[in-house]
Design a protein. Sequence first.
Length: 95
Amino acid sequence: FTFGREERIALYRQQKELKAAMTSLSRLEEDEENARSISLLQINCCAMSAYQHYASLQKEVELLKFQKENSDFLPRQAAERAQVQEKMFESLKGA
C-alpha cells in the first residue's frame, strides 16, 4: 500500500498538531492526567511516523521488485538501441 500527496499532507498536519498539543501540555502543571495525555500523544505521534516509514519501505520494495523483474530487459533494450543507431550511422557514412 502507498498513500498519495493529500494523505501525506494530512499526516504531516496531524503530527504538527500533536506536537503543538504536547508542547502546550508540557507547560501546564505536572500531574498524573497531563503526564498520561502527553504519553498518549507521544505514542500517537510515533505510530504515525511508523506508518509513514512503513509506506515508504513498501514503495521501495515495489521499485526493487520492478527493477529485478526488468533487469535483463532494460540493459538489453539499450544495447539493441545502440546497435540500431550504429547501423544507421554506418549507412549514412556510405551514402
